[in-house]
Design a protein around this ligand. Structure first.
Ligand code: CP
Length: 342
């Protein structure tokens, strides 16, 4: 990695621009580079709090946050719940499986219902691309996208960037400094790119921070037009790994696959699974990432996923709480009447 600083204070705070002018967080695609850096910097303070014995503030005291999850989740749901509670908010979870959605209530009627309860922020996970924006258009409070179909998972992109910045700083290859970016880094994302909202958010976020992004998958799992996004497509994993500074593995999203996209899990592992042997093709100190949940033995071997000096998978989970605290704080500032924050 080239450690030459390319960021400047002017990049971080462009004159006359708000640090974060958006009511909602629907995707990384809506954010400018300085807005991404702002959220990462805000999250850094919460990393420190989360490592203390007492992990509580009253910053969002009196606010109600609703987590409405129409798809399964462990990391995102729990970390949004923990984030809201550590900030002092009242947090309510709505699981679609136990809601009136099962009686046929539409997404829009559900949104109008949540809005009538005077939520101060709504966090949505939904299987349809664009569902978050649909809800944002119907409610009066900030809406945060916790993953919508194949579109975006913006807080995952942000937490991945924060975990990477933290790991590079620990390796002495980067800095936790507010201006640190990923210029000079080559990052390979390998797996089911076609169905992955995580890949899309990461491509946008990592490139905005200066990284070169390679995408690797079987032909059937590579979306069209990735070159137009600035990413370099590969179908040969060994070639994609060559010299990569970071390897981000993705799981096969069988729940989004109608039909057969790969011959077998065994063959997929043979061609696209990350093994210790294969990792040797990457840079000598290459970092390994995975958003979870993992299919061990399919896209990644356990002895790679659990490598203490190279895998930052548990750090990604830790950073998820801090990023979600930052997003909830920043997006509710206007409603809280916080002056002069931008
Ligand atoms: N990475 C991620 O979104 O995990 P969950 O599905 O467990 O929330």
């Amino acid at each position: 990695m080239d450690n030459t600083p390319t960021s400047s204070a002017a990049d971080r705070f462009p004159a006359g621009r708000l640090a974060f002018p958006h009511r909602d967080l629907t995707g990384i695609g809506q954010l400018e580079r300085h807005e991404i850096l702002y959220l990462l910097d805000q999250a850094a303070q919460w990393v420190e709090l989360n490592r203390q014995r007492t992990k509580h503030t009253e910053l969002l005291s009196g606010l109600t946050i609703i987590n409405a999850f129409f798809e399964n989740s462990t990391r995102t749901l729990l970390s949004f719940e923990i984030a809201g509670k550590r900030l002092g908010a009242d947090v309510v979870n709505m699981h679609a499986a136990q809601s009136s959605v099962k009686k046929g209530e539409t997404l829009i009627d559900t949104a109008i219902t949540l809005n009538a309860m005077r939520a101060d922020a709504i966090v949505i996970r939904h299987g349809s691309s664009g569902a978050t924006q649909l809800i944002a258009d119907k409610v009066d409070c900030p809406v945060l996208n916790a993953g919508d179909g194949q579109h975006e998972h913006p807080t995952q992109g942000l937490l991945d960037a924060l975990a990477l910045r933290e790991a590079l700083a620990q390796q002495g290859r980067g800095s936790r400094d507010a201006l640190a970016d990923f210029t000079g880094l080559t990052i390979t994302i390998c797996g089911d790119i076609l169905h992955s909202r995580v890949a899309r958010s990461n491509i946008l976020c990592l490139q905005a921070m200066g990284a070169s992004v390679r995408l690797c998958s079987p032909p059937a799992l590579m979306p069209r037009g990735v070159e137009a996004m600035g990413a370099q497509p590969f179908h040969d994993f060994d070639a994609a790994l060559d010299g990569s500074d970071v390897v981000m593995m993705l799981r096969l999203q069988s729940e989004r696959m109608a039909g057969q996209f790969i011959p077998s899990a065994r063959e997929y592992h043979h061609l696209y699974g990350l093994t210790r042997e294969r990792l040797k093709r990457a840079a000598p100190d290459a970092l390994v990432m995975h958003p979870g949940p993992m299919n061990r033995g399919v896209e990644i071997d356990s002895d790679v996923a659990d490598m203490l000096d190279r895998s930052i998978i548990t750090s990604q989970v830790e950073m998820g709480v801090a990023i979600r605290m930052a997003c909830l704080d920043v997006l509710t500032r206007s409603a809280r009447g916080v002056e002069g924050w931008s």
